[in-house]
Design a protein around this ligand. Structure first.
Ligand SMILES: *Cc1c(COP(=O)(O)O)cnc(C)c1O
Length: 377
């Protein structure tokens, strides 16, 4: 078999090799039952066990209390942009939602919510800003929570805690009581740093994540909602997307994405066996420190994002001249460093260094960055 390349894709992205190996070993016969997981009834004993364990392991990793429902849904974070307002706008009489705009994904969430009700901007990084003498381009910085205009009667405040495309990460999640909005529920799109670190779910009304960035394959969306917010769906909400139905049926209101849930469940066990989220966070800090440390010492590459909010997961960077982009990517592929091209809306390069990409892979990238700088600098 070919040696596996280092995969820097932003999503769908690298999965732990041991998870893939286990799935391969179990492909034709899951635990002696003679069936593939793909062939099982979602209501059968075997799959119910797989799904229940996945939920329990996820709860244990993130320390999610029973005050919250954990659901495995479909449609990705994009569908949640509509599903959330349909479920949560009416949790308070004013039916308002506020948004913090820090990049592509939060902007999309805000836009989608406008189709369902009163969606306002609490803060935006859409303009450039001078911070500490450094000019920050739009969406490369985060407005300070003390400047957010949260409407106290809003049902919720939505933020994207890691902007996958721009590479902007919230290092902490705010407590809305500290912002004068104690009754507003925080809603967090954590898709691209989900399970990369411990997360204060208890500060939120809900957290959601498409699995394909850091938690599993495409096809399953992880949705964690505080139970008192469930049961307020607007009449327009499809019944398969009404959290009350999905929670009551333990993600089996309709046929769930069974194989994706199974693989995500294996990833949860892999994380548990590595020591849980505090341990994986230490690894992620070591990886990010190594890569950003190299970039900080280099006058060749340029990092767009303000140092205080540089994502540990998605690292956009620019070469000094876009004409070098193609040779850079060709040379990278020759060294088995794959999928480094930046998102088309930003340009340049992006290295996504999720949980499944080991420090060794980051070091291979740094070695290449150094060599490329030496030959082209
Ligand atoms: C990828 C991504 C999305 C969209 O996910 P889909 O599965 O394509 O719907 C939304 N938010 C964030 C932060 C993402 O990284």
């Amino acid at each position: 078999m070919m040696p596996r390349p280092w995969n820097f894709s932003a999503g769908p992205s690298a999965l732990p090799e041991s998870v893939l190996a286990q799935a391969a070993a179990e492909m034709l016969d899951w635990h002696g039952c003679g069936m593939s997981v793909m062939e099982m009834s979602h209501r059968g004993r075997q799959f119910v066990q797989i799904c229940t364990e996945a939920e329990q392991d996820l709860r244990a990793l993130l320390n999610v209390s029973d005050d919250y429902a954990v659901m495995f849904m479909q449609g990705g974070a994009t569908a949640e942009n509509a599903i959330i307002p349909m479920n949560l706008l009416a949790t308070r009489p004013a039916r308002k939602a506020d948004f913090v705009l820090t990049g592509t994904w939060s902007v999309k969430s805000h836009k989608e919510c406008q189709r369902y009700g009163d969606a306002a901007v609490a803060a935006t990084a859409a303009s450039s800003k001078v911070i500490g003498g450094r000019e920050q381009a739009p969406y490369t910085w985060v407005p300070a929570p003390s400047d957010w205009q949260v409407r106290p009667d809003a049902s919720y405040l939505h933020l994207c805690s890691n902007e996958t495309i721009g590479g902007v990460e919230f290092m902490d999640w705010p407590r809305l009581a500290d912002l004068g909005a104690p009754d507003v529920n925080l809603v967090v799109d954590a898709s691209s740093h989900f399970l990369s670190r411990p997360m204060p779910v208890e500060r939120t009304g809900m957290v959601f994540a498409g699995a394909q960035k850091n938690a599993g394959p495409a096809g399953v969306t992880i949705v964690i909602v505080r139970r008192d917010l469930i049961g307020h769906a607007l009449p327009v909400c499809p019944s398969a997307f009404d959290y009350a139905n999905v929670a009551a049926e333990h993600s089996m209101f309709n046929t769930p994405p069974t194989y994706a849930i199974y693989i995500a469940g294996l990833v949860f066990k892999w994380l548990r066996d590595r020591g849980g989220l505090a341990a994986i966070e230490r690894e992620n800090i070591a990886k990010a420190d190594a890569l950003y440390g190299y970039f900080n010492d280099s006058s060749f590459y340029r990092l767009p994002v303000h140092p205080s909010v540089r994502s540990r997961m998605n690292v956009p960077f620019f070469l000094p001249d876009p004409a070098l982009d193609e040779p850079f990517l060709r040379g990278a592929e020759a060294r088995q460093l794959m999928q480094l091209k930046g998102h088309k809306s930003v340009g340049g390069m992006r290295a996504s260094i999720y949980n499944a990409l080991p420090l060794q892979g980051v070091q291979a990238l740094i070695d290449y960055l150094k060599d490329f700088e030496r030959t082209h600098g």
